[in-house]
Design a protein around this ligand. Structure first.
Ligand code: OSB
Ligand code: MG
Length: 423
């Protein structure tokens, strides 16, 4: 069994890491203006960069690209063997910014689908974005806020806008949002496998590659025995589980039994929009609950923390509606010393590059679901592909924008649908 003090140690590290982070910047509680301040203060020592205040977006492009997965990915809501990648790009003055809409083909993880996101972008969000030049992220978020829901659609455009903004200013996305880390710790999320032996082989593989945390997908019937076996073989690793809403509060005994395994966290055991049963469950567990699906906005995050639904939050830019909301959730968790980490949606390298930038913020103290390109695809949509170093970290690129080249030849080759929207 894992030693009982290893979890608090991890969380202590979390707290000291966050304490040590840049307090002056953080005091503003707004990482967007914080990043802007950083740009301004640099202008004192270097010649003032010529930065136009507003960006007129001239064109928005949506495209679908099907990428086969190296191996099927199974969760409590089903199995997929390829990913229909939804890319969006926005152009202004000869520059292009790239984003990714992380919605799935079917409404299982959330109600959004590739189809709903195409509709909402085409008919509502793109016209709002193209209507007149944009001052900043806040203004874009305010325009989008007049439409309810559809966070992944909104996020795709916010990502593309922020990449464009960073490229226009000649700085990295990480720098634009006030990122501090040069390297980010990463883990891997392992789907439900056809057999325990196959799972153990994968755990071994990713530990040898250096991944700092193993997350096991669980569901009723693929839970206690599986976790017991992995924990017995690897008593000291950071181990977590993710149920993707597969349990109800009546499964309390089974979930309580997980306490025995010294898990770093139990991710989203109960309903996708539940906070109350999670709070009841959390009060009976020693293992921290981490919420994923339930946290769809900064307001929901605040409510969850106030009523004790979780002790850790997984931030996915798509699920929460873009950088504007992800930064706000980061901020409020940072203020309360609540650890956050960056979740993944089996993105292409374009979405992953944004995740890397986000995870460079000081509050992202736990390893993210940001694995190497080769963990997902034979060939990724960016060059170079994302790699994980032997110490289980990914380097945060410092080049302008995403910091990776978009592999347009490959993307063009794999594009199944393309649509342009002009202002
Ligand atoms: O719940 O975190 C999840 C993938 C698709 C949808 C939901 C989830 C996941 C993962 C994979 O766990 C994370 C990754 O991109 O590696
Ligand atoms: Mg999850």
């Amino acid at each position: 069994m894992i030693s009982s003090d290893s979890l608090p140690q991890v969380l202590q590290n979390v707290n000291s890491a966050t304490d040590a982070a840049d307090a002056s910047c953080h005091a503003h509680g707004d990482l967007v203006s914080c990043a802007a301040m950083q740009v301004q203060s640099e202008a004192v020592t270097t010649p003032a960069p010529i930065v136009s205040e507003t960006i007129p977006i001239e064109k928005i492009e949506m495209r679908l690209v099907r990428l086969p997965l190296n191996e099927p990915f199974e969760t409590s809501f089903g199995s997929i063997d390829s990913r229909l990648i939804f890319l969006v790009s926005v152009s202004s003055a000869g520059m292009t910014g790239w984003g990714e809409v992380v919605a799935s083909e079917e409404p299982r993880y959330s109600y959004e689908t590739v189809g709903t996101a195409q509709h909402v972008i085409r008919d509502y969000l793109a016209p709002a974005m193209l209507a007149r030049p944009l001052m900043d992220l806040k203004e874009l978020a305010a325009r989008f806020a007049t439409f309810r829901g559809h966070n992944m659609a909104k996020a795709g455009l916010e990502l593309a806008y922020m990449d464009l903004l960073a490229r226009t200013r000649g700085i990295s996305l990480s720098k634009l949002i006030g990122g501090k880390r040069e390297r980010i710790p990463v883990g891997v999320s392992l789907g439900i496998q056809p057999s325990l032996d196959l799972l153990l082989e994968r755990v071994e593989r990713y530990l040898l590659l250096g991944y700092q945390r193993i997350k096991l997908k669980i569901k009723p019937g693929w839970d206690l025995d599986v976790v017991a076996e992995v924990r017995q073989r690897y008593p000291d690793i950071l181990l977590s589980v993710d149920a993707n809403c597969a349990y109800t509060i009546t499964d309390n005994d089974c979930l309580k039994a997980l306490d025995e395994f010294g898990l770093l966290m139990i991710e989203q055991p109960l309903g996708n929009d539940d906070l109350i049963d999670h709070a009841k469950l959390q009060s009976s567990l020693t293992t921290p609950i981490c919420l994923d699906e339930s946290i769809t906005s900064p307001e929901r995050a605040k409510q969850a923390l106030e009523i004790g639904s979780c002790r850790i939050i997984n931030i996915k830019i798509g699920r929460v509606g873009g950088y504007s909301q992800a930064l706000a959730i980061h901020d409020l968790c940072y203020d309360r010393n609540v650890p956050v980490w960056c979740g993944g949606m089996l993105e292409s390298g374009i979405g992953r590059a944004h995740n890397i930038a986000l995870a460079s913020l000081p509050g992202f103290s736990l390893p993210g679901d940001i694995s190497a390109s080769s963990r997902y695809f034979a060939r990724d949509a960016i060059v170079p592909e994302v790699t994980v170093d032997a110490d289980g970290t990914v380097k945060v690129p410092q080049r302008p924008g995403l910091g990776f080249e978009v592999d347009l030849d490959y993307i063009d080759d794999k594009t199944t649908q393309r649509e342009e929207i002009e202002g």
